[in-house]
Design a protein around this ligand. Structure first.
Ligand code: HEC
Ligand code: HEC
Ligand code: HEC
Ligand code: HEC
Ligand code: HEC
Ligand code: HEC
Length: 278
């Protein structure tokens, strides 16, 4: 009564389901039901690639199928290019936080997605037309979150701070850690600081989720100290690093040398207090 054969069976069922759904997509495209843009460019080879990506994903393991995203829940209408609303039924927290940050806010306001062409910060020239959606950092079909945490950011961001990340000890730690399914507590990716994990209360208690609001830890800047740095560094080390503009631009490539005045004042205060209670 080994459970071993169950897995291949489930896998082949899954493969069959994917092929059927792939044919369904092609059929709809051919019958003219799809948006012209997609129908024009859609080849069987592209569908095969997407199907393969999906087969290796955590979605396939959890029986999240093509139709879970490509079919409108109520009307059952076929969606050629689903939006973030197709993720909402299962990932409400991710959708809500994404829409609040700089990356997502245009979608919340009903505008076209953000693109690097609109940016004030330096961006890669070959990325100017890329649209910022749920599909941008982790491909929606493979949902790879490791590559999403640094490599994806650097396909668009090209300012000194972003580029310098690769020279930091944080980056070396992340590089050594990549084999994990997700960035761990022991390494620091761009996402550790800009899309940090936070606790959220749900019906089933406290769970740790990624905060997709990429503006949150920047405003005010010292929010990052409490939410991120202090998971690993002391308060003084963290403040002295984060308020040193040169060190921020260098993406923390050396220990802080700032001695913030506040800490001296606090220390002096503590000394004085100590004296009076003696
Ligand atoms: C987790 C949700 C999800 C699942 C599961 C999913 N898709 Fe998609 N798919 C999307 C989204 C979102 C887009 C739009 C991407 C974009 O904005 O470019 C998309 C786009 C596509 C496209 C168009 C690609 C292009 O370049 O225009 C095809 C074809 C496609 N999916 C096929 C499939 C097939 C076949 C399956 C099942 C094997 C599948 N999808 C499973 C969410 C999903
Ligand atoms: C029908 C439910 C469902 C829908 C719809 C859905 N997902 Fe998921 N998703 C899951 C489940 C289940 C998991 C695995 C358990 C978990 O991490 O919550 C998951 C995991 C993920 C992960 C994490 C992968 C990892 O390695 O940890 C990402 C990223 C993701 N989904 C993105 C999306 C995006 C983007 C969409 C919309 C285009 C979407 N999902 C639509 C159910 C869904
Ligand atoms: C498709 C290109 C693209 C990708 C991929 C991307 N970004 Fe951005 N990001 C932008 C654009 C465009 C802006 C707006 C910049 C501006 O207005 O000057 C932005 C803004 C930001 C900001 C500033 C937010 C603010 O409120 O000022 C941060 C922080 C940021 N991104 C971090 C990241 C991180 C971390 C990743 C990877 C996990 C990432 N980005 C991936 C295009 C991208
Ligand atoms: C700027 C890049 C970026 C964009 C855009 C983005 N994600 Fe993510 N997402 C990440 C990264 C990086 C991780 C993994 C971070 C980690 O594990 O520390 C992640 C993790 C996740 C996870 C698994 C962790 C969790 O909290 O359950 C889900 C689900 C997810 N994203 C869904 C979405 C959805 C839905 C959208 C669109 C509303 C979206 N993501 C847009 C970068 C992005
Ligand atoms: C150890 C934490 C940390 C890491 C890792 C990190 N950043 Fe930052 N980042 C910061 C801080 C702090 C600021 C705030 C700078 C400010 O307020 O001027 C910032 C600012 C930014 C900005 C906004 C700059 C502006 O002038 O508005 C972008 C974009 C950005 N980071 C992208 C990235 C990308 C991409 C990566 C990875 C390649 C990355 N960061 C890695 C801490 C970090
Ligand atoms: C997940 C743990 C973790 C987080 C979160 C983290 N760091 Fe680090 N940081 C480290 C480790 C580990 C090192 C390497 C220490 C060493 O090798 O001496 C390091 C090194 C540094 C260095 C010195 C780099 C050098 O070359 O000596 C600075 C500065 C720094 N971190 C600042 C920050 C700031 C600021 C934040 C928050 C925005 C932060 N770190 C968040 C773990 C972390």
């Amino acid at each position: 009564m080994s459970r071993v054969p169950v897995r291949p069976l489930r896998q082949s069922l899954r493969a069959i389901a994917a092929i059927v759904l792939g044919c369904w997509l092609v059929a709809i495209a051919w019958s003219g039901g799809m948006s012209p843009a997609l129908a024009d460019g859609l080849t069987q080879a592209e569908i095969d690639t997407i199907t393969q990506q999906w087969q290796g994903s955590i979605h396939a393991l959890n029986d999240v199928n093509c139709a879970s995203c490509h079919q409108e829940a109520e009307t059952k209408a076929f969606l050629a290019q689903p939006t973030q609303e197709s993720c909402r039924s299962c990932h409400e927290q991710a959708v809500d936080t994404f829409l609040l940050g700089k990356h997502g806010i245009r979608l919340l306001e009903g505008q076209t997605p953000l693109t690097p062409a609109m940016a004030r910060l330096p961006m890669h020239a070959d990325a100017l037309d890329r649209q910022m959606t749920c599909n941008t950092c982790h491909d929606v079909h493979s949902v790879n979150t490791v590559q999403a945490a640094t490599d994806s950011c650097l396909t668009c961001h090209n300012d000194a701070h972003s580029v310098n990340y690769q020279n930091s000890k944080h980056a070396k730690l992340f590089e050594a850690d990549r084999s994990l399914p997700r960035p761990s507590n022991a390494s620091v990716s761009c996402a550790t600081c800009h899309l940090p994990r936070h606790s959220v209360t749900t019906g089933s208690g406290e769970v740790v989720k990624v905060n997709h609001n990429n503006t949150y830890t920047l405003k005010p800047r010292d929010r990052m100290v409490a939410d991120v740095c202090m998971n690993c560094h002391g308060v003084e080390y963290s403040y002295n690093s984060i308020f040193d503009d040169e060190l921020v631009t260098a993406n923390f490539d050396k220990p802080p040398h700032l001695e913030l005045e506040t800490f001296d004042l606090v220390r002096a205060l503590e000394v004085r207090r100590g004296d009076t209670t003696k």
